[in-house]
Design a protein around this ligand. Sequence first.
Ligand SMILES: [Mg+2]
Length: 218
Amino acid sequence: MPTPVLFDMDGVILEGPGTVPGTYADAADAALADLGVDPTPAQRDSLRQHGLEGVRDCCTALGIDPDEFWRRKERHASVRTHDRLRSGERGRYEDSDVIHDVTERTTTALVSNNRHETTTFVAEFYDFPFDAVRGRDPTLEGFRRRKPDPYYLERTLADLGLEDGIYVGDKPKDVVAGREAGLETAFVRRPHNRDVELPEGTTYELESLWTVPDLLEE
Ligand SMILES: [Mg+2]
């Protein structure tokens, strides 16, 4: 079988480096409203950040379950993100069309730090027939396991029974995680990373995804 290819999502398939600023703040507000609590301004600020810091302490002080808050926040962030994709506010890079060709020739996967619900949505919305799709679990632990941790890459390789492959990403942490998982790495140049130094250990530097098929070895 030709070399399997695993694709990052944000900045590789979806335009721009990541989820639009404000999404997580709005999602936190919606989760707090669901749970019917009234945080202090400082608590709200803390919970609106895209991170784990302060989440347990604030939720405990408010008498809500941090895991439940987090699950709801992730869910609301997914709904908002999917709306932006459906409306075309956020698009995909044209060269992601190559995924159809690559998928016909070898095993492929989508492995992202983004929410699992959103990776699944993107694969279905654009009709990309990946063999596996994996994003972060909607838990505090799931957030901690994001790249550069190789956890989700390793889990995907195990699910597919693979031991090698190429991980295509747009950030240095993609190269770190890919190497940790025992993969070759491809760093694709996009407008947002044009001036980033090529990460140490990158196997291939790509000007677009159109050349991914050239990397497949029989
Ligand atoms: Mg990315």
